[in-house]
Write a protein of this length. Structure first.
Length: 256
């Protein structure tokens, strides 16, 4: 049984990239002390390493192709897109991030008037082109196939010249300790820049992204204007949400 748990632990860490000790304890229903003992054995195998608050794979991770990410948790993303659309008003200028969840907001906001969408996401550009009512400002740069988006210095510079009311942001990982995180340097820099430009930063992320930290932190969780997700977050997130008056939307709930 213990050998099976060790193998499952190792595979989970290698799949996620970076995980906290608390996540492992909850996932495998064991104590923190048991997790620490198991990890000491796994460290000797040479596939993982210790990081702040948890462990990480020694192998460099790259984002899954957009076609694969778009198909994951589709029902949750449809829900999140519908809930997020309630934050968009007539005349808004909004930023849509390059994540696979953000384009799900488009069908609903196409019913608004004079909404301007700013994005570096090719997926968002393509989906927005289906709705004549939406105006799109496309940020150029070097095309990154894995994220289906344009990245680079020119993309970041363009953001400083555009006025944005609301930013709908995605993240590879979300945690209380490290905030919103991403795997790719230029993607993280674009996210960091746009959060400086926008007045209201709104996270769109299903619960599979929570309790996971990726390589680069780009925004503090407590500084979010709103969190849109598919299920009620755990107590640690609820404490931060309530203390900082962050709006929260998930299935069958109104904004907190």
């Amino acid at each position: 049984m213990r050998l099976e748990r060790l193998n499952s632990l190792e595979n989970y860490i290698l799949d996620k990239g970076t995980v906290s000790l608390e996540d492992l304890a909850a996932r495998f229903k064991v104590s923190i002390n048991t997790v620490r003992r198991d990890l000491n054995e796994l460290l000797a195998r040479g596939q993982i390493k210790k990081v702040y608050g948890g462990v990480s794979s020694l192998h460099e991770t790259t984002p899954l192709p957009m076609s694969i990410r778009a198909a994951k948790n589709k029902e949750a993303k449809l829900l999140i897109g519908r809930l997020a659309s309630g934050f968009v008003e007539d005349g808004d200028s909004i930023f849509l991030d390059s994540g696979s969840t953000t384009p799900y907001i488009l069908p609903e906001i196409s019913k608004r008037n004079n909404v301007i969408i700013v994005t570096h996401s090719l997926t968002a550009m393509y989906e927005a082109s289906k709705y004549p009512s939406l105006k799109v400002i496309a940020l150029g740069g070097m095309y990154n196939q894995s994220t289906s988006s344009y990245i680079g210095i020119s993309t970041i510079e363009a953001l400083s010249k555009i006025s944005i009311n609301k930013v709908f942001i995605a993240a590879t990982g979300v945690s209380v300790e490290h905030g919103l995180t991403n795997t790719t340097y230029f993607e993280a820099e674009i996210k960091r820049k746009v959060t400086q430009c926008g007045k209201k930063i709104i996270l769109m992320a299903d619960q599979s992204k929570f309790d996971f930290s990726s390589t680069i932190s780009f925004f503090h969780f407590e500084d979010l204007y709103a969190v849109i997700t598919d299920k009620k977050p755990s107590a640690a997130y609820m404490e931060v949400i309530e203390r900082n008056n962050i709006r929260l939307l998930y299935e069958d709930i109104k904004a907190v």
